[in-house]
Design a protein around this ligand. Structure first.
Ligand code: SAH
Ligand code: SF4
Ligand code: F3S
Length: 466
């Protein structure tokens, strides 16, 4: 079944390519595409797959939304992600009026919500194609269908058991890549819509992951980011269960692969074995993203996070003991229903105790269909804003101090690009994910270099190659 589907997609890529060649001949120019990513790193990785398919079809990439094919890969984790999409769609309508060849497709998490699809069908009739998160691998076939059809093509599945391997993908950077190790989520944190729009947790077979990484390394990749909503529960639902730490150990043995990152880690599933594996490997970066969400055990329980303030702090101390040089980062929500000033003080307290190197801070956003949306005591907007501001001040003051701790030491930097502001400088990342700018030649892009971190400028370093 899987192979037949995959085979079918190759046929559709070829069919679309023929149509595009025809159109290009008629127009006397190339047809362009632009994929816009609105969501998380998994969303970004999906965009790379869409890009790979579009390039196989013969479209050429463009960064402008005046392209002949514009795809919005949407996110719905918070309400403002949705608002952004509707706002931008309004502008696309005008562009489409000026370019009769333009096609517009919408996909991603927001499309898994029926009220969104209804609204687009009613008010955004100029959209050509809508599909969801579960059928992204049928993209080529759907594009073909949209080209043949004179009305909007909509295909949304409410779930899937499939994991389709070997889709083409076009990486943004030649030297690093995201790698999905699992899809979906089973945790149902009470505020979160992801399990509803991404479906149940499904892990890829370890061999498929190892093969993909080997291929990437053969193609010049030195750093991989293993992706999943909760990587610590990787492999539990496989027919022959494999732990995340066992997977990591196997990945670390791939010759030529120099750096391994992963996200996200749910604190409830982070094992001692994983801490040991991280501590004993040179290749696994000294960075752990460990979303805490709140410092109040009472709120954590209402969030269905399955840990307490105390157990989180205890976990952090075990991690720090094993890896004193590890940078911890986190996600925090303020204004969850029923959050009091006292609960919020617990959040400030945990931030002060853990001392995160950086934190994504969010105001709680009500997502319809989730348990928290119907909880009593929703926190008023102005209270939420006030707590958000205070949290940000605390987080940033600590993050600045943490980031400066490497000043006047030497670190290994993976060079990513020529600096956007000053072309004499290169920009790269330390293992702990901090950015470093230093003078150097662009032939170093994609290489790991020793850099003396001469000065910390808040959240990044200025350095010199040694
Ligand atoms: N799987 C990851 C998080 C994915 S969503 C994990 O469990 O850590 C990324 C972040 O968005 C979450 O960590 C949370 O902080 C935030 N978030 C999710 N739903 C939200 C909501 N309804 N309102 C505000 N922030 C939310
Ligand atoms: Fe959402 Fe919780 Fe799953 Fe993360 S673990 S995606 S926050 S339900
Ligand atoms: Fe957004 Fe979907 Fe990721 S809702 S955060 S793009 S999984």
């Amino acid at each position: 079944m899987k192979e037949t589907e995959n085979f079918d997609q190759t046929i559709y890529i070829r069919k679309v390519r023929e149509k595009i060649q025809e159109a290009q001949q008629q127009l006397g120019r190339k047809l362009t595409f632009c994929v816009q990513t609105f969501g998380c790193q998994m969303n970004a990785r999906d965009s790379e797959k869409l890009t790979g398919i579009l390039m196989a079809m013969g479209y050429v990439p463009s960064v402008s939304e005046t392209a002949d094919f514009v795809i919005y890969n949407t996110c719905t984790v918070r309400e403002n992600a949705n608002r952004k999409v509707y706002g931008r769609l309004g502008k696309l309508k005008h562009l489409k009026e000026q370019n009769p060849h333009m096609r517009i497709a919408l996909c991603g998490c927001m499309m898994q919500e029926s009220h969104v699809v209804e609204k687009i069908k009613d008010s955004y009739r100029f959209v050509d194609l809508i599909f969801g998160t579960h059928n992204i691998y049928r993209f080529a076939q759907l594009v073909h269908q949209a080209m043949e059809s004179h009305s909007m093509v909509v295909e949304i599945w409410d779930k899937t058991h499939e994991i389709v391997e070997n889709l083409p993908a076009q990486r943004k950077y030649f030297f690093k890549s995201g790698v999905n190790i699992m899809f979906g989520c089973n945790n149902f944190c009470s505020y979160c819509i992801v399990p509803y729009v991404r479906g149940r947790e499904r892990s890829r077979q370890p061999q498929a992951i190892l093969d993909e990484i080997q291929k990437l390394v053969d193609d010049g990749v030195v750093e991989v980011m293993l992706l999943g909503q909760n990587v610590n529960s990787y492999g539990k639902t496989l027919e022959h269960p494999v732990s995340f730490s066992a997977l990591l150990s196997q990945i670390a043995e791939i010759p030529g692969l120099e750096r391994i990152r992963f996200m996200t880690s749910h604190p409830k599933d982070l094992s001692d074995q994983l801490i040991e594996t991280m501590a004993s490997s040179e290749k696994i970066c000294r960075h752990l993203h460990l979303p805490v969400q709140s410092g109040s055990s009472r709120i954590l329980e209402k969030m269905n996070r399955k840990y307490t303030k105390e157990s989180y702090l205890e976990l952090v101390s075990r991690i720090r003991q094993a890896m004193p040089d590890l940078a911890l980062t986190t996600d925090i929500i303020v204004g969850f229903p029923g959050e009091t000033e006292e609960d919020f003080q617990d959040t400030l307290d945990i931030v002060r105790k853990v001392r995160y190197s950086s934190a994504f801070t969010f105001q709680y956003s009500k997502r319809s269909g989730t348990p928290a949306a119907v909880m009593e005591d929703q926190v008023p907007e102005e209270v939420m804003q006030d707590r958000f501001d205070r949290l940000l001040d605390t987080v940033q003051a600590i993050a600045k101090e943490e980031c400066a701790s490497l000043e006047k030491t030497t670190g290994k930097v993976l060079v990513e690009q020529v600096n956007h502001q000053d072309s004499r400088l290169l920009t790269g990342r330390l293992g702990n994910n901090l950015l470093v700018h230093f003078p150097g030649d662009q032939s170093l892009i994609g290489k790991i270099t020793d850099v003396y971190l001469s000065e910390c400028k808040g959240f990044y370093y200025m350095g010199e190659m040694i």
